[in-house]
Design a protein around this ligand. Structure first.
Ligand SMILES: NC(=O)c1ccc[n+]([C@@H]2O[C@H](COP(=O)([O-])OP(=O)(O)OC[C@H]3O[C@@H](n4cnc5c(N)ncnc54)[C@H](O)[C@@H]3O)[C@@H](O)[C@H]2O)c1
Length: 84
């Protein structure tokens, strides 16, 4: 089965971690329209995403706990937080 991610919006939670950052590097090659990383950097650092930022300058990185997350707006790529 072939997947075309060109017009897709993708969010990777824990995207600065070991598996997540490698997944992000792979997804960048698919040229999605929005690619968003959500990570609280508890176990990682933003420099894990240096290559991804170079190859995909519009990468959005949110320093955010996923527990506070409601979703990503597919149109603007901004983060919608859970209301408290
Ligand atoms: N070089 C290597 O081979 C190597 C290096 C590191 C890890 N590992 C292995 O990889 C596995 C771990 O990789 P992984 O990617 O699953 O874990 P990870 O810890 O690398 O990544 C998890 C990510 O999720 C983030 N995170 C955790 N809780 C969060 C929350 N509530 N909200 C937002 N972000 C949150 C962390 O900050 C981190 O960036 C282990 O098995 C480990 O042994 C291998």
């Amino acid at each position: 089965m072939e997947y075309n991610l060109k017009n897709k919006s993708i969010m990777v939670t824990g995207g600065a971690g070991f598996i997540g950052s490698h997944l992000v590097d792979r997804l960048v090659k698919e040229k999605p329209s929005n690619l968003v990383v959500v990570d609280n950097f508890f176990l990682s650092k933003e420099s894990n995403l240096t290559e991804a930022k170079t190859n995909y300058p519009k990468l959005k990185i949110f320093n955010q706990d996923v527990g506070n997350l409601f979703g990503i707006c597919p149109k603007c790529g901004e983060l919608c937080k859970r209301s408290t």
